[in-house]
Design a protein around this ligand. Sequence first.
Ligand code: ADP
Ligand code: C5P
Ligand code: MG
Length: 245
Amino acid sequence: TPSSQDKEIICKARYAPPWVDLSIIGIAGGSGSGKSSIARSIVNQLNLPWVVILSMDSFYKSLDPECSRKAFLNEFDFDAPSALDFDALLKVLEDLKAGQRADIPIYSFAEHRRLSGTTSIYSPHVVILEGILALHDQRILDMLDMKIFCDEDADVCLTRRIIRDVQERGRDVEGIIKQWLAYVKPNFTKYVDPQRKVADIIVPRGVKNKIAISTVVQYIQQILLDKSKKHQATLKRLGRESMNT
Ligand code: ADP
Ligand code: C5P
Ligand code: MG
């Protein structure tokens, strides 16, 4: 028969802390299609502390001086998978699943580089991962509980991007269009658009699509409810088992 110490170890082994159940929602789509706006809208509607947005912007690789010079001339390709550090992103997701703190880099689009310091994430229950290539890497796809693709016309995306990048990302119109034609548009066809095949939900009309957003919100609420019930049941069971020891 197991000793009381052994019983305690067995109980702990069968106890899954809530963060082990971390759910990850992926949102991919073209630049300007409304991914970041949709992610914010989902979080606002949920209004819960343990749901966080993880933007793939944070995982752009650092550039050497030559690539940085090209970036400022709008001659660097930020739309191919090689521009992003998928290994670092995967490590963050794995750390969060293991209940560990993750330190997220802070990226400056205006400076094409990581800034000093990080933002820390602790034990979230839901992570919303958004980025042009959120549904690209098979290792990350395997970790996702729900896959969303934002569908928007290219001219709408480009006009939104022009306004946003001039206002928020320190760009000029000529440079934005040069980068769009050289890299953003061809890589959309090559890498971004094919992700719709692995999506569970395709969302047209971006943040204006209230039904799509409330469907996702309800799905997340259901996940959290199921998780909470499971956790309560585990605590009850452990309580009963420890009374029997
Ligand atoms: P993404 O993250 O896919 O590039 P964003 O959500 O950042 O897209 O949207 C790009 C820009 O367009 C942002 O400045 C945003 O405020 C604006 N925007 C997004 N959706 C709409 C919309 N439905 N109508 C008007 N502007 C929008
Ligand atoms: O938010 P959005 O999806 O538009 O962000 C991704 C876009 O950011 C990519 O299309 C890429 O061209 C652009 N980008 C950039 N400069 C960087 C990093 C990314 O223009 N330094
Ligand atoms: Mg964005």
